[in-house]
Design a protein around this ligand. Structure first.
Ligand code: AMP
Ligand code: GLY
Length: 421
């Protein structure tokens, strides 16, 4: 048996640890720093890479990295140098996520389908370009901006404002030193996540996120207000196409450029007229997509993560999935994604048992045996069902048992998936 260290504190990390703890090969699961729902929390932050390595060495852990920040800082490179087992991409490989410009240039030179784009540092030139285009654009800060660096524009004026915000007011600091101006693609979005060992990539189940704060996809973007799996947006034919023309091509092209990508490769896909385009790559699992995906996974997650790290995925059978649907409803604090109150006491958690739904914690903390809110996205109530409708009903009936003063959730998670049944 091996002990595991899960790096991160969100719902994704709680779900990864929950699933790993079901493996007969896994002993203790530590979380750094974890949250109010995780046990064996270690008070080390995700960017304290040396301390994480010291902890993993001392406790002989296999480490699994959830979020992008430590990946982009080179946590995997550091662990490799020290011969410590770790799952995730190296810093070079994680550039797919940490530099949007790097990712776009990579896609362009390798013919991976994505929106046409140009890169700018000078606001005046960027505005000239916007004026000259016949289509609406999306403006993206180059670096990591906690999901806020992408502005989808509905008019030229929106685009000018976005350019000013990023390049003139420098609202995203160094992450916004350069921007991408790209064509806005109007279609249906879905998440395609695969697991790679650098040589091959095997698909995880498909899913769809709900990024906007309000029902019917209104309001500002968030980290994700809920997700379901599988999604009919990606049927078998489209999945095959994405796997071949996007995922496999990405892994092979990286390899031909000297980069071995081990880890979860997440392609944010826009489907327009049946054709998939990559909106963005992430070098990790999605949050909240991870929660409904892992609750459907029958295979042993540890075996797959270890095989990815060891470069031996080709020895593994394809992953087996429950036929059921799964839905994760994110319970947030009112005010998110802007400012929101903290320290509200959460009640009703003990009313939900795992046969009904699994409550993954995110922005929570445990104080004097009470669970308090401690973030914008607080809980991810995740349930299975024999149909998507059934999973939606199960997730919402469990979500209704939990309360706190400033609880907010979307009431339509999964609804857009019903269109594809
Ligand atoms: P990201 O933070 O990179 O996930 O982007 C945030 C959101 O912006 C995506 O989930 C899409 O909804 C939207 N988006 C990004 N690029 C485009 C594009 N070229 N066309 C339309 N929407 C886009
Ligand atoms: N849910 C989208 C993401 O994890 O980036």
């Amino acid at each position: 048996m091996v002990d595991v260290l899960v790096v991160g504190s969100g719902g994704r990390e709680h779900a990864i640890g929950w699933k790993l703890s079901k493996s007969p090969k896994v002993g203790k699961v530590f979380f750094a720093p974890g949250n109010g729902g995780t046990k064996n929390n270690v008070p080390i932050q995700v960017d304290e890479i040396d301390k994480l390595a010291d902890f993993a060495a001392k406790n002989s852990c296999f480490t699994v990295v959830g979020p992008e920040v430590p990946l982009s800082m080179g946590i995997v490179d550091k662990f490799n140098e020290r011969n410590l087992g770790i799952f995730g991409p190296t810093r070079n490989a994680a550039q797919l996520e940490s530099s949007k410009i790097w990712a776009k240039m990579f896609m362009k030179r390798n013919n991976i389908p994505t929106a046409p784009f140009e890169v700018f540092e000078d606001p005046a030139l960027a505005k000239e370009y916007v004026k000259s285009q016949s289509y609406d654009v999306v403006i993206k800060a180059d670096g990591l901006a906690a999901g806020k660096g992408v502005i989808v524009c509905g008019s030229k004026q929106d685009a000018f404002d976005a350019i000013d915000l990023i390049l003139v007011k420098q609202s995203f600091g160094a992450a916004g030193k350069r921007i991408i101006v790209e064509e806005r693609i109007d279609g249906v979005e879905a998440s395609y996540i695969a697991l790679s060992d650098g040589s091959i990539a095997i698909p995880m189940a498909t899913s769809q996120d709900h990024k906007r704060i309000f029902d019917d996809d209104k309001g500002p973007n968030t980290g994700g207000m809920g997700a379901y799996s599988p999604t009919g947006v990606i049927d078998n034919n489209l999945a095959e196409k994405i796997q071949k023309d996007i995922i496999n091509k990405t892994i092979e092209s990286l390899r031909s450029e000297g980069i071995t990508f081990k880890g979860f490769l997440y392609a944010g896909i826009m489907v327009r007229d049946g054709e998939p385009y990559v909106l963005e790559y992430n070098a990790r699992m999605g949050d909240p997509e991870c929660q409904p995906i892992l609750i459907r996974m029958d295979s042993d997650l540890f075996d797959y993560l270890k095989s990815s790290a060891d470069g031996e995925l080709s020895k593994m059978p394809s992953i087996s999935w429950k036929k059921q649907s799964a839905v994760c409803v994110v319970l947030a604090s009112k005010g998110y994604p802007e400012s929101y109150p903290k320290n509200d006491e959460i009640t009703g958690l003990d009313m939900v048992d795992e046969n009904h739904a699994v409550v993954f914690h995110a922005g929570t903390k445990l104080e004097n045996n009470k669970v308090l809110t401690n973030g914008g996205r607080v809980l991810g109530v995740t349930a299975l069902g024999d149909s998507l409708q059934g999973a939606i009903a199960n997730a919402y009936s469990a979500a209704g048992l939990i309360s706190w003063k400033n609880k907010y959730c979307r009431m339509d998670i999964g609804k857009k998936g019903l269109l594809y049944l």
